[in-house]
Write a protein that binds this ligand. Structure first.
Ligand SMILES: [Ca+2]
Length: 439
């Protein structure tokens, strides 16, 4: 779905629709970024790199325009129709130490360097890894660079399953890998994962390898409310590289395709090694169940003194459902990850952070106007949000002066040019033309 909204209405929609915890405000940073997806910043946060669903990578210069606001004056397409790259550009991350941009396609990962100061385009490309499956189903690869492990840089790379549901044992699918950027060796750190489109570790923790959180989008056609999507946890996630993949550190299995959520058997596949319905289930359950079909994508670890009593949370971009009769998701949710929080799903740990990316009548897809994809924390502790519905980047920040103010009540603002409205109008016009021709 792509939503066509008049430029002037984006800021109006943000102000009228989006609801945030008291004191937090949302602003438009950049627009006209068709199908904006994953984001990464350079060292001084003067350039934001954005991947898309349009086989393009954008570079967006950022500048502070007021004490609180950061905006872009232009959007540069830096990669498009790349020579000798046959599949779509999809994920990215930026190495601030080497000034290098890593970009993924279905099969491959490339490293770009030597950026032109004016056009912002890189002039050098290097093949980093070219051996991933070229399957396009759930084959897009969100990327995240890790801190050094044993002196080597690594990329976190997912390999989703090429199906709604299918067995993956003995295949390279349904996994999350660490790719050693020096040796090009792949290490599996998670198995039984259907389709992860986001990872986050705590960059400010004394040990960033203590906890890695990742989202998983669960299967379709088992009901509107089943199975849940998932926020999952891998603890001490450098241990697989540190010790090698031996019997003592087999990567944890997260259930797919046999068990979903907290103990829900699949309706088509079973395996005695990953049984559901037992008291002692033998796969790794979610850190937190998320609403079925909510499509959790990018996430980030976040901490702010005015949020969740100052305790750490994970913020999750819920892209929103596509085949559920009543839409669900289309928000940024948050999950408490403080030390006292349960390792497994519990009531009260999951809350809303940013809502309103749908119109008040939340019953049809006509009422959706935006779709959050990725979230990224800036050095000033504000949060960037990419949206592939409008094609825009937003920034959420805390404004002490706004704290305690009562939000403006929602008005009866109506969808203007949602894609469904467009097709309804186009169909009506076509009918009139046909009737005119044949009468
Ligand atoms: Ca699972």
């Amino acid at each position: 779905m792509t939503f066509v909204i008049a430029d002037t209405s984006v800021e109006q929609l943000l102000a009228q629709r989006v609801r945030l915890p008291s004191g937090f405000t949302i602003q438009l940073v950049a627009k006209d970024i068709e199908r904006a997806r994953q984001m990464a910043l350079n060292r001084d946060e003067s350039i934001l790199f954005v991947s898309t669903l349009r086989n393009k990578i954008y570079a967006i210069p950022l500048q502070k325009t007021s004490p609180n606001e950061t905006k872009s004056t232009r959007v540069e397409t830096i990669l498009e129709n790349e020579p000798n790259i046959s599949t779509e550009l999809s994920g990215l991350d930026y190495d601030i130490e080497e000034d290098a941009l890593y970009v993924s396609t279905f099969c491959c990962i490339y490293k770009y360097t030597n950026f032109n100061n004016t056009t912002l385009q890189p002039s050098q490309r290097e093949d980093v890894y070219t051996q991933f499956s070229s399957e396009e189903g759930h084959g897009k690869k969100y990327l995240r660079l890790t801190p050094s492990i044993n002196g080597d840089k690594h990329l976190l790379v997912p390999q989703g399953v090429p199906c709604n549901t299918c067995p993956t044992l003995g295949t390279s699918h349904g996994k999350i890998f660490l790719l050693n950027l020096r040796t090009k060796q792949l290490t599996t750190i998670a198995d039984g994962v259907r389709n992860s489109v986001g990872f986050a570790y705590d960059r400010n923790a004394s040990n960033p390898f203590e906890r890695l959180f990742f989202t998983d989008n669960n299967r379709d056609h088992m009901g509107d409310d089943n199975p849940p999507c998932e926020l999952n946890l891998i603890e001490n996630w450098d241990r697989f590289v540190a010790q090698g993949n031996n019997i003592n550190n087999t990567p944890p299995h997260y259930g797919f395709p046999y068990c979903h959520g907290d103990n829900i058997p699949d309706d088509g596949f079973s395996n005695p090694n990953y049984q559901c319905g037992l008291d002692n289930i033998n796969y790794t359950r979610p850190y937190q169940n998320l609403p079925a079909h909510s499509a959790p994508l990018g996430l980030t670890v976040y901490q702010h003194p005015k949020l969740n009593n100052g305790s750490k949370v994970v913020l999750i971009a819920e892209h929103g459902s596509w085949n559920r009769p009543t839409p669900i998701g289309y928000k940024i949710s948050m999950v408490d990850i403080s030390e006292t929080s349960s390792k497994f799903s519990s009531n009260g740990k999951y809350q809303e952070f940013a809502t309103g990316f749908v119109y008040p009548d939340y019953s049809t897809y006509d009422n959706v106007w935006a779709r959050p994809v990725d979230v990224l924390v800036m050095q000033d502790n504000s949060i960037l949000v990419s949206d592939d519905g409008v094609g825009a980047i937003y920034r959420i920040y805390y404004n002490e002066k706004a704290d305690g103010q009562i939000p403006t009540p929602e008005t009866s603002y109506q969808p203007q040019n949602g894609v469904a409205s467009f097709w309804r109008t186009a169909t009506a016009v076509l009918c009139v033309v046909l009737v005119t021709l044949f009468l």
